[in-house]
Design a protein around this ligand. Structure first.
Ligand code: CA
Ligand code: CA
Ligand code: CA
Length: 360
């Protein structure tokens, strides 16, 4: 420092005689502000031209003659993250929504604000999860997501969004569950699918999986019609050509209610077994313009057979083919029953689905 002051004094002296330039403080090597050497930077992983099929960690090597202050990671012009300590790495959490070409850029800044950048081109090709397994959402044993008081509005499984409505005392729409109680009757067991899985004897989701979805179709109390208010699901990407289908079964609540009757609903078939009862799921397809593409009817129970030995209540995961709905991107699910009263349908308005498959 003394040297610098001295130099400046000399200069000041000569300024009177000859004029001279005061040295720029940036030239001084002992101050960071005078560092004009840019950092070096390179992307060590992934390689230029890489095809990425999953989330990755971008790794950058950066160094500087003084010190690297930060490394910024960009996807195009979008900042992914800023790292201030070596080793410089950043998680790029890729999903199928990112599929396509991307320029990955890394910018190093040193403590004197000099910057260097480098970029590579990569292709993202994450497999599109065309099946809603509901197993992509971890659940604690014997539990469910959503329900009354949850304030949830939707969840996504695969490329499909399932809508959910909740207030303090009730819920409707779709939730996901792994509950396996196939014996407790009534409302308190509203989150269990009823399945007699002949292959392994385990109740739960389709094909031995843990999770599945429960749907509850609310009745229109406020409107006073007590008509079912359809539940909706929607493909979240525009690249599918429609729905292939899904597996369905009754919930334990609805199954045991129809089998035995309860305080609100009748035993299907009536006391002599001859009543022509039915419990019907109607699925309406809508395309991207909101136009109807078709309707599917699936009987969750059907007692209309004159030979009562053919009467049935669905008690295992059963495939529902949706291909006739064409290029539907949105489905509306509604329930009706032969058992109705002043306040609409008496049969508990529930069903369970799993393995909903979107056409590639
Ligand atoms: Ca530097
Ligand atoms: Ca499942
Ligand atoms: Ca019958």
């Amino acid at each position: 420092m003394k040297q610098k002051v001295f130099k400046n004094l000399i200069c000041l002296f000569f300024l009177f005689i000859l004029g001279c330039s005061v040295p720029n403080p940036k030239d001084s090597p002992e101050n960071d502000d005078t560092d004009t050497t840019k950092p070096t930077i390179s992307i060590s992983s992934p390689a230029d031209g890489a095809i990425l099929t999953n989330a990755i960690i971008i790794q950058v090597a950066a160094s500087d003659n003084v010190s690297v202050a930060k490394v910024e990671f960009y996807n195009g012009s979008t900042l992914i993250s800023t790292e201030t300590e070596a080793p410089y790495s950043s998680l790029w959490n890729l999903t199928a929504a990112d599929n396509g070409s991307h320029t990955l850029k890394a910018v190093a800044t040193d403590t004197a604000n000099n910057t260097s950048e480098t970029s590579i081109n990569v292709t993202v090709a994450v497999a599109i999860p065309y099946i809603s397994t509901f197993d992509d959402h971890p659940l604690s044993p014997d539990s469910y997501w959503g329900g009354a008081g949850s304030d949830e509005t939707a969840f996504t499984s695969g490329v499909v969004t399932y809508y959910h409505t909740s207030d303090a005392f009730s819920w409707s729409g779709f939730l996901y569950s792994n509950m396996t109680d196939t014996t407790t009757a009534g409302f308190t067991n509203q989150y269990s699918a009823y399945t007699i899985d002949a292959s392994n004897g385990n109740p739960g989701g389709y094909n031995g999986s843990a999770n599945y979805s429960i749907s509850y179709v609310a009745l229109d109390w406020l409107g006073g019609t007590y008509d079912p208010i359809p539940n909706t699901i929607m493909v979240t990407r525009g690249d599918s050509s429609g729905f292939a289908g899904f597996y369905i079964t009754n919930t334990t609540y609805a199954y045991l209610s129809m089998l035995n009757g309860d305080g609100f609903a009748k035993k299907f078939g009536g006391t002599d077994g001859n009543d022509e009862d039915w419990f019907l799921l109607t699925i309406k397809g809508l395309d991207a313009d909101g136009d109807a593409t078709g309707t599917i009817e699936f009987y969750l129970a059907d007692f209309r057979f004159s030979d009562n030995s053919n009467d049935y209540i669905i008690d295992e995961w059963t495939w529902v083919d949706l291909t006739s709905l064409g290029n539907a991107v949105l489905l509306e699910f509604s329930l009706t029953s032969s058992d109705t009263g002043t306040y609409g349908m008496n049969t508990p308005g529930y069903f369970a689905i799993d393995h909903l498959t979107v056409t590639e």
